[in-house]
Design a protein around this ligand. Structure first.
Ligand code: HEM
Length: 195
């Protein structure tokens, strides 16, 4: 499913080793109260969200498109959004929804987290899709995005007839995962040794 997605290099030799060790990662998980139950409910979320990815992306892209200060990060030097850039990133974003729910959070996962971090930062933004867009996304928007990415997923989690308690558990697991991921993605923005 994934190899056909342009620029999606998960688990390949093109992805460098994460500077965050598995030991540090373990402690980070403990810091958000991560448990085996969260893994179990993310798997459930993966089943629930599997056929809703396009609807979720329509909502998120609509949110970005309706805010000039956000769509700005997809624009070229003429100030217009680069359609090809938006659509290529969209495919990887869809895969990321599934990866968040289905992949084991192991060394490959940790490595790709750093890759995603660099793709939002000036180290690698625009390179994967060969575009000339804005050089980086400010950290403040990365962090603030945790809220919409978490709040808006709930209605999709609730669409397959699960109990309120199950929906809540899936939602909490999703929230923890997004906090963990955006925490890892803050790495390139921090001064050496401060992460
Ligand atoms: C790329 C998710 C914050 C704009 C991506 C990708 C994902 C993603 C999954 C594709 C990764 C890949 O290449 O495999 C998220 C999540 C965020 C977040 C979960 C916060 C919770 C933001 C914000 C913006 C943004 C605030 C600003 C509008 C972009 C852009 C790319 C991208 C422009 C393409 C980067 C490139 O040139 O490779 N994002 N993102 N993202 N995101 Fe985000």
């Amino acid at each position: 499913m994934s190899e056909a997605i342009p620029g999606y290099t998960y688990g390949t030799a093109q992805v460098a080793q994460s500077p965050v060790s598995l030991e540090e990662w373990e402690l980070l998980k403990q810091t958000v109260l991560w448990t085996a139950e969260d893994e179990q409910y993310l798997r459930m979320a993966g089943e629930v969200l599997g056929d809703q990815v396009d609807a979720i992306l329509d909502l998120w892209y609509g949110f970005v498109a309706s805010h000039a200060h956000l769509v700005y990060y997809f624009t070229g030097s003429d100030g217009q959004p680069i359609a090809d850039y938006l659509s290529r990133v969209r495919q990887r974003f869809g895969q990321w929804i599934l990866d968040t729910c289905r992949r084991p959070y192991d060394q490959d996962w940790l490595n790709y987290q750093m890759e995603i971090a660099l793709r939002h930062y000036r180290t690698k933004k625009n390179q994967t899709d060969g575009v000339q867009s804005v050089p980086m996304i400010p950290l403040r928007y990365m962090i603030a995005f945790i809220y919409p990415i978490t709040a808006t997923i709930r209605e999709f989690l609730a669409r397959k007839g699960h109990s309120a308690a199950e929906v809540d558990r899936m939602h909490q697991a999703w929230f923890k995962s997004i906090v963990l991921q955006v925490t890892l993605w803050s790495y390139p923005y921090t001064r050496e040794g401060d992460f």
